[in-house]
Design a protein around this ligand. Structure first.
Ligand code: GLN
Length: 540
């Protein structure tokens, strides 16, 4: 049976439970254990794919096409293992399943209740994770202790641990120890109270990860330990770090991995952290600079672009470059003066994915600027569609080129919904989701980036390049360098006469890893660096 680590949060939200869980994942993985991760989201939404990026940030997509919480992106980036739809469940989905069963009469008229029906369903989901060769299952419970919504999950894991025993289950509790300036002290009371709340539910945490801005002394540790019924060495000072990928190091320093192994009665193995140290060093000690403009409508809500930002960080770190992102609000950047001002001095322009018409004209104008000024350009999903629209409009002379997403009956729909006659069951009003194979054309930028003929990338979109315009657009100088295996769907476009201009219908950012930056992001940053340093030497 797999061993289980449950990560629960207390005191307040936004303490980085996803990063803490992922970092524990790194410890176990780097000791050579097979790790799988899972997140429970206590909200009632059934479909995280329809949740507003304003509130919830990015929708992360797995290979099997699940639209999930963005924490799964952290998990994949830290433990390096592709996850599936099994790794995320919301209260809404769990209740829906139980209610469907009730409607089918599966409960034979018995009273259907949170305990045991919902809690049993949760336990089943936890058990399902620890199959095959998984050694360690890490389960993060969303929300904060004290929330009404997370109670069924806490009750379920309490029951689970009672059944499986404490040598098979570890509870890690993430809390906060604030520094009160006026008193000049670190305060342990919020951690004490939150732990009391957890113990009232019947869960005694084994480890406390106490976030704090300042390092704390042994006295503080001992005080926390005494009041929370945890041994002092199990109280870890999870001090703030400069770079996300340093968090596992903080835990290693306090021996968390050793203590977890001891409790789970598994062999403690040496940790090889060298590949992480290298990437941390690259991020913290860059020897060059690069400025990338990311132009979208959620620039005030950057969680909406979490994986894009992470992939840019990986790409820059691969060149030991300091990444400076200039967030450009496409809605406010729509006239030539504003565009020139916003983009002056940037080395590369990225248009990320998105839905809806808001900010589209700005994105088209920004893309035009990138094309005409030879600034490295990278369009992701909607960004690729915008690149096609812009090229059709200003190079092919199709003045009315647009996407039917923005104007259903537009005259020149270069991007549109494809109809069912093409035998694509996922088309129509439904999203194309998850991993799709794509074949690359020889002697193209795409091929030189990927260095192979066939790739697989994750999708999340409804609209597609309209094949009726394929010939015209290709003749005018935009190359379609990647297509679906049947050659029917256009997946990648590029402009060979431009120093670096690429648009992809998929979301490569989901597959970027700190140690293995995604090749498009890596090469995009390289093109931007080339421009940065050429422009500088030309100005000398
Ligand atoms: N809105 C576009 C579509 O649905 C692009 C989606 C995206 O960028 N993820 O096709």
């Amino acid at each position: 049976m797999a061993k289980h680590i449950f990560v629960i949060g207390g005191v307040l939200s936004s303490l980085g439970k996803g990063i803490a869980s992922s970092s524990i994942g790194v410890l176990m993985k780097e000791m050579g254990y097979n790790v799988i991760m899972q997140k429970f989201d206590p909200y009632l939404n059934v479909d995280p794919g329809t949740m507003s990026p304003f509130q919830h940030g990015e929708v992360f997509v797995t290979d099997d096409g699940a639209e999930t919480d963005l924490d799964l992106g952290h998990y994949e980036r830290f433990i390096g293992t592709p996850l599936s739809s099994r790794s995320n469940a919301t209260s809404g989905q769990i209740y829906e399943r139980v209610i469907m069963r009730e409607r089918r009469g599966d409960y034979l008229g018995k009273t259907v209740q949170v305990v045991p029906h919902i809690t049993n369903e949760i336990k089943t989901l936890i058990r399902q994770m620890g199959k095959k060769d998984d050694d360690i299952v890490i389960t993060e419970i969303g929300g904060t202790v004290g929330d009404i919504e997370s109670l069924p999950f806490l009750e379920a894991v309490r029951q689970f641990a009672l059944k499986e025993g404490r040598s098979n289950c570890v509870f890690v509790f993430l809390t906060y120890v604030p520094y009160i300036k006026a008193a000049g002290e670190l305060k342990t009371k919020p951690t004490q109270h939150a732990t009391t709340k957890l113990r009232e539910i019947g869960i005694q945490p084994d480890f406390l990860l106490c976030r704090s801005e300042q390092p704390f002394s042994n006295d503080v540790k001992e005080k926390i330990a005494l009041f929370t019924n945890v041994s002092p060495e199990h109280v870890i000072n999870a001090i703030d770090v400069e770079c996300l990928y340093e968090v596992p190091r903080v835990y290693i320093k306090d021996g968390l991995h050793k203590m977890i192994c001891k409790q789970l009665q598994i062999e403690e193995r040496p940790i090889d952290f060298s590949s992480w140290d290298k990437i941390i060093d690259n991020i913290k000690n860059p020897d060059k600079d690069v400025i990338i403009a990311v132009c979208g409508k959620y620039v005030e809500h950057r969680d909406a672009y979490k994986s894009v930002e992470a992939a840019l960080i990986h790409g820059a770190a691969g060149h030991r470059a300091k990444l400076n992102i200039k967030w450009v609000d496409s809605e406010k950047t729509n006239c030539p003066e504003k565009i020139a001002e916003a983009l002056s001095g940037v080395d590369g322009i990225l248009i990320p994915g998105g839905f809806g018409i808001r900010g589209i004209d700005g994105k088209i104008a920004i893309t035009r600027y990138a094309r005409e000024h030879n600034i490295p350009f990278f369009g992701v999903c909607l960004g690729m569609q915008v690149a096609v629209i812009e090229f059709a409009k200003h190079v092919c002379g199709l003045d009315d080129a647009y996407s039917t997403e923005f104007e259903e009956h537009c005259k020149q729909p270069v991007i549109c919904l494809l109809d069912d006659q093409h035998d694509l069951e996922l088309m129509g009003g439904t999203m194309r989701l998850g991993a799709w194979d794509c074949q690359l054309k020889p002697d193209t930028l795409a091929m030189s980036i990927y260095k192979k003929e066939s790739i697989s990338e994750r999708h999340r979109h409804r609209y597609e390049f309209n094949n009726d315009y394929r010939e015209l657009i290709e003749k005018a100088g935009m190359t379609i360098s990647g297509t679906s295996l049947n050659d029917f769907l256009c997946e990648i476009v590029e402009i060979p006469t431009h120093p670096f201009f690429i648009g992809v219908q998929f979301h490569p950012e989901f597959k970027s890893r700190p140690q293995i930056p995604h090749p498009i992001f890596f090469n995009f940053v390289k093109a931007a660096l080339d421009r940065h340093y050429t422009a500088k030497s030309e100005n000398k």
